[in-house]
Write a protein that binds this ligand. Structure first.
Ligand code: PEP
Length: 261
């Protein structure tokens, strides 16, 4: 089993990329990957491009993830995709509870929790997204929101599972807006997330948990964000659609990670 390690850089392509476009982007990342071997890289294309991406990633250290799954393993759920199908398509990871799913598709901590458990059943590693809205931050409710998302979204998850789970702190106000949290703002919340994990799952689980930051990450801010103690990598949206910017973000992250060791 290939273990996750920092810096961990995941590219969420959202609802973008035809199969030929996906082929070009995956190929460019694979071509650059020998120079990025110190990072763990996960590409997260739309469902329609998974099979083609999996084919191109065979024998590559670059991993494949999906953007969503349903919480049942099979059945009469028209339009949904099950965990075992994603594993079969070559995925190792799956995003769960992205803020766009919470916002536009009514996902709740309860349904997200079911999806986390479904991912584990299928042998997939969930990348669980949490984060506060602008109003919650303004009202001073950032930490209580994050703690509530962790408490309700991770019911039934054991301390051992933290070897296989990735958390992504994504302040909703920073996603796709060009407004990156400052390194200090991101670190403040990520340190609290790790403290919360230590309280609830023990120090060992907290220490091995990978906690990503997401929200308008670009080549220009990758280095300063990753220098922070509790930022282990990134979930990148917009800037993952161009091979050059995604590769540059990864290079800057590797440099920052080495320097903070
Ligand atoms: C995301 O999709 O998780 C994300 C952080 O998007 P962006 O980088 O475009 O803000």
């Amino acid at each position: 089993m290939h273990h996750k390690k920092p810096p961990f850089i995941a590219g969420n392509w959202k609802m973008h990329m035809t199969i030929p476009e996906a082929r070009a982007l995956v190929s460019a990342v694979v071509k650059a990957s020998p120079g990025l071997a110190e990072a763990e890289i996960v590409l997260i294309p739309p469902f329609t491009a998974l099979a083609e991406a999996a084919r191109l990633l065979l024998d590559s250290p670059v991993q494949l993830g999906a953007q969503n799954l349903f919480y049942e393993d099979k059945g009469a759920y028209t339009g949904e995709i099950a965990g075992p199908m994603l594993a079969d398509a070559g995925c190792r990871y799956v995003l769960v509870g992205h803020s766009e799913r919470r916002q536009y598709f009514s996902e709740t901590d309860a349904s997200i929790n079911k999806k986390v458990l479904a991912a584990f059943r299928a042998g997939l590693k969930p990348i669980v997204c949490i984060g506060e809205t602008f109003e919650e931050r303004e009202d001073g409710r950032t930490i209580s929101r994050i703690e509530s998302q962790l408490r309700h979204g991770l019911v039934g998850v054991t301390a051992e599972a933290f070897a296989d789970i990735v958390l992504a702190y994504e302040p909703v106000w920073a996603i796709g807006t060009g407004k990156t949290a400052t390194a200090a703002q991101a670190e403040e919340v990520q340190a609290r997330i790790r403290d919360n994990l230590a309280e609830n799952y023990g120090k060992e689980a907290a220490a091995c948990a990978i906690i990503l930051y997401g929200g308008s990450v670009k080549p220009a801010n990758s280095y300063s964000l990753l220098r922070e103690k509790n930022i282990d990598g990134f979930l990148v949206g917009g800037a993952s659609l161009e091979a050059d910017s995604f590769i540059q973000i990864t290079k800057e992250a590797i440099k920052a990670y080495k320097e903070k060791q």
